[in-house]
Structures are given as C-alpha cells and as structure tokens.
Design a protein around this ligand. Structure first.
Ligand SMILES: *[C@@H]1O[C@H](CO)[C@@H](O)[C@H](O)[C@H]1NC(C)=O
Ligand SMILES: *[C@@H]1O[C@H](CO)[C@@H](O)[C@H](O)[C@H]1NC(C)=O
Ligand SMILES: *[C@@H]1O[C@H](CO)[C@@H](O)[C@H](O)[C@H]1NC(C)=O
Ligand SMILES: *[C@@H]1O[C@H](CO)[C@@H](O)[C@H](O)[C@H]1NC(C)=O
Ligand SMILES: *[C@@H]1O[C@H](CO)[C@@H](O)[C@H](O)[C@H]1NC(C)=O
Length: 460
C-alpha cells in the first residue's frame, strides 16, 4: 500500500544496466532478491557478487537522488477477513510448524515484511454468518456492544501475527452498520438511517477501543467499506460523502488513530477535509484518477487498500500492477463463504491459498514482498520513504523505484522486456545496500550534485 502524493507506475527494459549515483558510491556490498516472470526464481536471493564500476557501455541508466524525498510509505499488507482467519486457524491446528513458517514468511522483515492489516468490524462477504458487534435493536448507547461477536479465530490469528511482527498495524472498518441502524433492517445493502447518524460514531469508537483492548496496534479506522456499493446479497451499505464526513468529525478526538474516508474505486473520491487520508480500491477507474486526486488535494495521504486477483489470471501480468491486496488467505480459490453472496464471482484469489495441508504463495505475495522488503528496515521497526529514481533507458521496458529507510537504500527494478544476456531478468528485482556518510549531504546544491555525478555499472 502506498500512502502517496504521487503514484508510481511501472513500465519500461533492457539488457545491461548502468547505475548512476548522484554522489560517489564507495565500495558497497549489495544484497537483493529476484522474482522472474517464468517463476523459476521466487524471492530468490541474488547470489552473484557485483560491484559498481565506471564502465559506461550501457543501454540504460538508473539514477537515484536520495535528497529528493517523496511520500512516506505506510506499509503493505492485506485483509484478515473471518474466512482468512478460519483458513489460517485450520492450518495451525493441522500443522503448527508449517503455520509458524508461513507467518514468518509473510510478516517478518526477512520474509515478505507485510505490516498492514485491514480487518472488518463485524461480518463481511468473507464471513459465513451475519453479525455486527451490537445486534440489540435501539441500543444507541451501545451497552450491548460485544467484540466477541466476532469469531475467536479472528483474534487468535491476529495475535499470532502480532507475535511475529509486533509492528504490524491494524486498519479496521465496517462492511455495514448493525442491521437495526439501517433502512431496511438488514446488513445486506441499504443505508444508515438518518436518525442514527449521530449515534454511529460511538459504535466505531467502541470498536477501536475493543480491538485495542485485545492488544492490537490499531492505526486507522475507515467509516464504511465501499460506500457506493449497496448489495442485497452480502454486508454492504451505501453512504454519502457528507454522512461519512459527519461521522469522521465525531471521531476526530481519536488523536492516535487515522480516520480514513472513501474506501472505494479510483474514480469518485470526494470530501477529504474531514479525514486524515483517503483510500482507494482498484476495481473501477484507473490509476490516473489517483493522480488527478493528488493534484487537487496534494496534502491528503492516500491509501491503496484493496485489489483482488481473480483465479486463473496470469502471474507476470498480475505482478506488474499490484498494490495492497484484498484477502490475505483463502482456503478455496477465494469463493465468498457468505450464504447467498454474489461477491467475487468465481473467486478472488488470496495473497496466499491456505488449506490444512499447505500454503501456496500467489503472485500477490511476491509482488508486495519486493516493495515491502525495500522500504522496511532490516529490524522491521522503521518504514521508509520513496526517493527519486530515473531510468534513462534506450529501451522502454525498465522501471525503477527507490526507497530510503535510515541508512538502507533500496531499488526495485521491473523489467517487462525480454532479457537476452543477463542483467535484470524479466521480472521484479530488489537490491539494497547501506548508504555511506557522503551519499546524502545536506550542503550540496543541485548544480554541485550534477557535477559530482558518476555513472556506475552493475556487473551482475
Ligand atoms: C529525472 O529526470 C527528470 C527529467 O529529465 C529530471 O528533471 C530529474 O532531475 C531526474 N531525476 C533524477 C533523480 O535524476
Ligand atoms: C464457517 O463455518 C464452519 C463450520 O461451522 C467453521 O468451521 C468455519 O471456521 C466458519 N468460518 C468461516 C469464515 O468460514
Ligand atoms: C470522543 O468522542 C466521542 C463521541 O463524541 C466520545 O464518546 C468519546 O468519549 C470521546 N473520546 C475521547 C478519547 O475523548
Ligand atoms: C548494512 O549494515 C548492517 C549493519 O551493519 C548490516 O547488518 C547489513 O548486512 C548491511 N547491508 C548490506 C546490504 O551490506
Ligand atoms: C538527504 O538530504 C536532504 C537535504 O538535507 C534531506 O532533505 C533528505 O531528507 C535526505 N534524504 C534522506 C533519504 O535521508
């Protein structure tokens, strides 16, 4: 997930790659991982030793400028729905050691470094029963609020994740208010009754407090998942931007929690002033809509919170454009377990496919891992920012994105072309190295940086 004022798209490829550094790079030890389009290598460590040289026979330059810092990254992750937690719990019961290895692979800085989890408040289309956290009709003071209406395996799974990554943040949000608060008295579609708009913030506040009381690191709450989607077959609710903003303002005293608005497709974002950020889903519109939003509201942080692969789609096509994904673990190719639901058609593929007998790591996992590894410090405690990176490629298939976290600089390179001789293979490559004290000096002007520029070649 990017929190960004600028979205980075991936395109462009080549054979030999030159690496330009804005300041002299000294003898560096470079480590990295690679995932190739043919899946022969999946997060494989780069074993070749290579170094910077001044050879300039190149077909592409990558230039990194650590003094130009773009957006702070919040993290990457996925949703722990009831069904994801159920699948993970079933694996835990069947094979505890495989389950532990799975958690390590996904959530530690040496694994995929995922650190941001979206969790439904009450049932979603990936629950198998209908429930809210207060189903007592008319209980506007929410005395009957009960966090344990959610299944116990949800909280045991979240606790297991927190045990392997204590920095993992939770972003909670409802798919629907309780049925009794809605026109039509159902969680499946409809909208919040106007008489309950003033009471509803207390429900969300109690949810924040209750998730915190479970020992979870709650970082954000959204007012409503997909407020433009009222679907009679699963928990959903339409909600105008005005109503979301009214509710958000009542939660403004939650100073340690970000209140996020919108949570829907790229094309229609609105009303950011009441919120500390807006979030997007990828199912309609295009990434350019996000750019238009950023131009209009340059200081509003943006979260890409949902996107789902469909079963049967192509590994490499998918890897090229994924952000934060929807379901973290699906047991059965992602078919919605909600009775009667038409959500997800033939199935939304999880980041991982999990059954009691094993785990399949899907393209969503590899795609997110390359970026999450790049902007997460080696101990997992710090998350970095994107820094300037340019490819001046004679081909058009190479895309580079760079990050800095503390003294760790990383470069993620995607090659969408073919690779005749080995440099960056067709696939996604992440490299990282430690900065030296001269890499980023505060005194140099941009003209002096240009004079000092040296081109370096990776002999990979
Ligand atoms: C990238 O290219 C643009 C346009 O040519 C240039 O203005 C910018 O300084 C370059 N950035 C880096 C990091 O080289
Ligand atoms: C659904 O129901 C079954 C049987 O009661 C249960 O084992 C499972 O964990 C439930 N939850 C989900 C989300 O599938
Ligand atoms: C925040 O506001 C809500 C609703 O007005 C109120 O119930 C709650 O006690 C307040 N919380 C804090 C921490 O001040
Ligand atoms: C960067 O420095 C740390 C601390 O000295 C070290 O553990 C790590 O291996 C270094 N990374 C690289 C890529 O050299
Ligand atoms: C590099 O230095 C510039 C100028 O002092 C500073 O603004 C920037 O944040 C630094 N970049 C990193 C990645 O620390």
């Amino acid at each position: 997930m990017f929190s960004s004022s600028e979205f980075t798209l991936f395109f462009a490829a080549t054979v030999v790659c030159i690496f330009g550094w804005i300041l002299p790079v000294h003898a560096q030890s470079i480590s990295g991982i690679v995932t190739t389009s043919d899946q022969q290598q999946l997060l494989s460590p780069i074993s070749d030793s290579f170094s910077f040289s001044s050879d300039s026979s190149s077909s592409a330059d990558i230039t990194i400028d650590p003094s130009t810092v773009y957006q702070q990254i919040v993290g990457f992750g996925s949703s722990i729905t009831d069904s994801a937690a159920a699948a993970m719990s079933d694996l835990k019961a069947a094979n505890p050691s495989m389950y532990q290895q799975y958690l390590q692979n996904a959530f530690t800085p040496q694994g995929a470094a995922l650190n941001y989890l979206r969790v439904p408040i009450g049932s979603s289309d990936f629950s198998n029963t209908t429930y809210s956290l207060d189903d007592t009709s008319g209980d506007t003071s929410f005395n009957s609020f009960e966090i344990d209406n959610a299944p116990s395996y949800l909280f045991s799974t979240l606790a297991d994740i927190a045990a392997v990554n204590s920095n993992a943040k939770i972003h909670i949000l409802p798919w629907s208010p309780p049925a009794w608060m809605k026109d039509g008295n159902t969680m499946n579609g409809g909208s919040l009754s106007s008489q309950y708009v003033s009471a509803y913030p207390t429900y969300l506040l109690k949810a924040v407090q209750a998730f915190k009381a479970k020992g979870l690191l709650v970082a954000a709450v959204s007012i409503q998942n997909e407020p433009e989607n009222s679907n009679p077959t699963y928990p959903s609710c339409s909600m105008t931007a005005d109503v979301q903003a009214t509710i958000a303002k009542s939660l403004a005293n939650l100073s340690d929690i970000k209140v996020i608005g919108y949570e829907h497709n790229w094309q229609d974002a609105d009303a950011p002033s009441a919120f500390s950020g807006v979030s997007f889903h990828c199912y309609a519109g295009s990434q350019s809509d996000v750019g238009a939003f950023a131009s209009q509201f340059p200081n509003v942080p943006m979260y890409q919170t949902e996107c789902a692969g469909t079963t049967g789609s192509n590994f490499w096509t998918d890897v090229q454009w994924y952000g934060m994904m929807w379901i973290f673990a699906s047991p059965d190719n992602g078919v919605s377990p909600y009775p009667g639901s038409n959500s997800c058609g033939n199935g939304c593929r999880g980041v991982t496919t999990v059954t009691p007998s094993g785990v399949t790591y899907n393209q969503e996992y590899y795609s997110m891992a390359h970026f999450a590894r790049a902007f997460t410090s080696d101990d997992g405690t710090s998350i970095g920012s994107r820094i300037a990176a340019n490819t001046t490629s004679s081909g058009s298939d190479l895309t580079a994105v760079a990050y800095a976290v503390g003294s760790k600089y990383s470069l993620v390179v995607m090659n969408t072309g073919s690779s005749a001789s080995y440099t960056f293979p067709t696939g996604l490559t992440t490299l990282w190295w430690n900065s030296t004290s001269t890499d980023n000096t505060s005194s140099s002007s941009s003209s002096s940086k240009k004079r000092m520029m040296r081109r370096r070649k990776f002999n990979i």
